[in-house]
Write a protein that binds this ligand. Structure first.
Ligand code: HEM
Ligand code: HEM
Length: 346
């Protein structure tokens, strides 16, 4: 039976509302997959997840001494108290330099097919080596990170525990693997959407259900799908109508920089929408401060559609249902520096 036919029957009050809602659930289950810790662990390749490695990764994530100034940690820009991002717009890193792009969230990043707005890193361990060395982020070198870690006996012991049998455990490669292991735990299950997918009819209110229906029927879910409601493929930002130059400046050609294919000019990884309500401002430029405006920009630029105000309201309400349980992270007490630990550099 077609959805239009069911809707028509329902309008005539011939079948109860629950039957239509059931149809919405099966449509939603065809688009989205739930966030679970088990799925996250399965998504990690070539890196065994052990409690020792995860704990070490957590310490490294919070340790500012892996930046050359010893002021900036991963958590500075991917603040776990703020949905895994900074307060925007584009990140501020070493020497108060403003980078060109907004920090994407580390929450559920393990589910993304590739990392960064342009997908230039294949996974989280490859990604973790980037910010440490980026001049506008942590401005450090692998050898200085290794010198720092190896100078601190408690870190050497933790690396030995996390990488047993390795003859040089506190290496830059293992640093990245430990961070990946920790990041694989940063997932947000039990969102209202996930409860609805599992059969809890009351998990979404009427406005959120209307928003979910619109999200599917208008075509948003054609790009934003899967576990992370995005993060699985690439699309040209401005596929139908280019947004303003503030939102999509000429200089950043997106995935073109990675593939050099003309078809990829202004192509970006479809943004994952899990917890999106927690992390304004939006888009890779971080110039849009409300979810309402972000939704309207998307409808116009990707689908050529002008949404009615009540449609925007409903889609925004639905996006709020993508907020899951935030990871509970005990703030780690880091091992003290030793006499041999390199000093901060300007
Ligand atoms: C991208 C983790 C440090 C700013 C990312 C991504 C991850 C990540 C997983 C990709 C997420 C995705 O594509 O969905 C880390 C880790 C860090 C770290 C583990 C510490 C080793 C920093 C710092 C800053 C920062 C200190 C700010 C100064 C950014 C930005 C991007 C990004 C702007 C997007 C860059 C682009 O797409 O070109 N980070 N990050 N990160 N991070 Fe970090
Ligand atoms: C980004 C929602 C349709 C591709 C976003 C963001 C939101 C959103 C809220 C910003 C996320 C963030 O900054 O963290 C929607 C809605 C849609 C829709 C409600 C339907 C009305 C589409 C379609 C496509 C698409 C159909 C693919 C053709 C993208 C891409 C980005 C994005 C590539 C990243 C843009 C950037 O570079 O900043 N979407 N989207 N979206 N969406 Fe959509």
């Amino acid at each position: 039976m077609s959805r239009a036919f069911i809707a028509a029957l329902s309008a005539m009050a011939l079948i109860p509302f629950a039957a239509v809602a059931g149809d919405l659930r099966s449509d939603a289950n065809a688009v989205f997959k739930p966030v679970t810790a088990a799925a996250a662990a399965k998504a990690v390749k070539n890196n065994e997840l052990t409690p020792a490695k995860i704990e070490l990764g957590k310490e490294l994530f919070f340790d500012p001494r892996i930046s050359s100034s010893q002021l900036i940690s991963c958590n500075s820009c991917h603040n776990l108290s703020l949905g895994g991002v900074d307060a925007g717009s584009t990140s501020i890193g070493h020497g108060w330099q403003k980078g060109p792009r907004r920090a994407p969230t580390v929450l559920n990043a393990v589910f993304n097919a590739a990392q960064f707005w342009d997908g230039r890193s294949e996974d989280l361990k490859a990604q973790a080596k980037g910010p440490v060395q980026a001049g506008v982020e942590m401005n450090n070198t692998p050898s200085n990170v290794e010198a720092t870690l190896n100078s601190i006996p408690a870190y050497v012991a933790s690396f030995q525990k996390a990488f047993p049998g390795d003859n040089k455990p506190a290496s830059f490669d293992n640093f990245a693997k430990a961070i990946e292991a920790f990041e694989a735990t940063l997932v947000t299950p039990n969102s209202r959407l996930d409860k609805f997918l599992a059969g809890d009819e009351a998990a979404l209110d009427a406005t959120q259900k209307k928003g979910l229906r619109l999200f599917i029927d208008k075509g948003c879910s054609g790009c934003h799908d899967g576990v992370n409601a995005g993060g699985g493929n690439y699309a040209q930002f401005g596929a139908v109508e280019k947004p303003s130059a503030a939102i999509l400046p000429e200089a950043d050609k997106g995935r073109f920089a990675v593939t050099k294919s003309p078809a990829d000019v202004f192509s970006f990884r479809v943004a994952p929408l899990r917890n999106v309500a927690l992390r304004a401002p939006y888009f890779h430029t971080g110039q849009v401060w409300t979810l309402e405006e972000a939704v309207e920009v998307m409808a116009k630029s990707q689908l050529g559609v002008q949404l009615a105000p009540d449609e925007t309201t409903a889609i925004v309400a639905f996006l709020g249902a993508l907020t899951g349980d935030q990871p509970k992270v005990d703030y780690p007490v880091l091992p003290a520096r030793a006499n041999a630990t390199p000093k901060p550099q300007q």
